[in-house]
Ligand binder design. Structure first.
Ligand code: MLT
Ligand code: ZN
Length: 455
């Protein structure tokens, strides 16, 4: 089957082994079966060009695959597609200290990019729990965010250039690593966040920056949900934050049980905020902490005294996703403006308690970016399809609350398959029409990750 693949690639670069198809045919989502026809491992840009041209000739559907850590089904191959893995295009191929630019292949693991930057006395600030396995190409394709967005922005802000093979098999070079380039449409930004539906990123110029000072971490107990926003404003008023995250006590319970961790505070609290800042801001941070206690928003707190303690406190937040994976959570990744967040929290909280009285609901997220992760956990005795169907019934009401505030139904996890049918809660019909037109321009035969993002 698909003989052309075997002409284009060496035998070691093509697999039809069911065990491989099961691995490379899916991401971290649990609801979509893997059903790929083959997985290919290109080593060069020319091979990717050849593959996309073949796919156009023979109308083969291609699914790009990075570290497969996505949470929206963007890299799932359920319909006999060919998976294009970038695992063998994983090298750093250039570094220019004057430009502070790294040129890399798409399969480079995020943590390896971070380590490279450190070795050069620099810093790549985009970071998240899955950075040990996620790949830079996937980060670009989904415009990955994570835990430092409040200070450093999203992946988009660090991509100074990219080479892309479009859906017609044309290789284009976007922005060439320039800082300034006022020559019309910046196509680079179209590909960032396009989830592999317009083209495959085959090389990227990634910007690095100066490393920050040593960081301090505080975990604070906040009894009332909406007071977390008051705590955020109090800190932001006095210092620059590197992170401001939150999690509920249920989330803490799950991560502690999963990783056998100590509680950060002497008694439990309904919610926790994790605050990270430069060491030189410590006096200001301590003063804000005292003020928030006096105001009654914070009841207790702990401050890291070493890097190891800071890392241990971060585990309480970063380990949550993994610790609830066994519950096959129904994931919501919502965003509204910070100013809308207090009322939004109240409305979502009331809706969720009304709608899911029998389900555990786990809250956490990047609240400093206006981004809430709302995970509904599947009871052990409820079959997955029934559980998903129940959650699906409520989703439109959750998304109505988002749409009323012009928010986003997918802040950072992408649309993929999971949120595709709800996209009109965040995008107008005019926008969706233009998005479809763009898809047709770059991918006229609809071979690039078909069915993802757009119907
Ligand atoms: C996180 O913030 O932990 C990640 O986005 C993963 C998740 O939401 O589960
Ligand atoms: Zn997140």
């Amino acid at each position: 089957m698909h003989q052309g693949l075997d002409e284009l690639f060496s035998p070691a670069q093509v697999s039809r082994d069911p065990a491989d198809l099961a691995v490379w045919g899916r991401d971290w989502t649990t609801s979509y079966p893997a059903n790929a026809t083959a997985v290919v491992f290109p080593k060069t840009i020319d091979e990717v060009v050849g593959l996309v041209k073949l796919a156009n000739r023979e109308r083969l559907s291609l699914v790009p695959s990075g570290g497969r850590t996505g949470l929206s089904g963007g890299a799932v191959a359920s319909n006999g597609e060919i998976v294009v893995s970038f695992d063998k295009m994983n090298q750093i191929i250039g570094f220019n200290p004057a430009d502070r630019l790294v040129t890399c292949q798409p399969g480079l693991v995020t943590a390896n990019l971070q380590a490279f930057a450190r070795a050069k006395g620099l810093f790549y600030p985009v970071d998240f729990a899955s950075s040990g396995s996620s790949q830079i190409g996937g980060n670009i394709a989904t415009n990955a965010g994570g835990i430092k967005v409040i200070r450093y922005g999203l992946t988009r802000d660090w991509i100074a250039g990219c080479r892309v093979v479009t859906g017609s098999g044309e290789l284009i070079d976007c922005n060439h690593g320039l800082i300034k380039n006022a020559t019309g449409y910046d196509l680079r930004h179209l590909f960032i966040g396009s989830e592999g539906t317009l083209g495959f990123i085959v090389e990227a110029d990634v910007r690095l920056t100066a490393p920050p000072e040593p960081q301090r971490v505080m975990v604070l107990g906040v009894p009332v949900f909406r007071d977390i926003l008051k705590v955020l404003a109090a800190f932001q008023d006095k210092l620059t934050l590197s992170a401001f995250e939150f999690f509920s006590d249920l989330a803490l319970t799950k991560v502690r049980a999963h990783r056998d961790l100590q509680s950060p505070l002497s008694s439990p609290c309904p919610f926790y905020a994790l605050v990270e800042f430069d060491e030189s801001s410590l006096p200001a941070a301590e003063a804000v902490f005292e003020a928030t206690v006096e105001a009654g928003w914070v009841v207790d707190g702990v401050l890291s005294q070493s890097e190891a303690q800071a890392a241990a406190l971060w585990q309480l937040r970063e380990g949550i996703s993994e610790s609830i994976a066994a519950y096959k959570p129904y994931k919501n990744d919502l965003a509204v403006r910070i100013s809308d967040m207090p009322d939004f929290l109240d409305d979502v909280d009331a809706l969720v308690s009304r709608s899911y009285p029998d389900f555990e609901v786990c809250w956490y997220g990047h609240i400093g970016d206006g981004n809430l992760h709302l995970n509904i956990l599947k009871p052990a005795d409820l079959p997955l399809d029934q559980f998903n169907a129940r959650c699906h019934e409520i989703s439109p009401t959750v998304f109505d609350l988002v749409a009323q505030r012009n928010g986003s139904i997918s802040a950072e996890h992408g649309v993929g398959l999971l949120k595709r049918d709800f996209l009109d809660y965040s995008r107008s019909s005019g926008e969706l029409g233009l998005m479809r037109s763009l898809k047709n321009v770059f991918d006229p035969n609809g071979i690039m990750n078909p069915g993802k993002l757009l119907k």
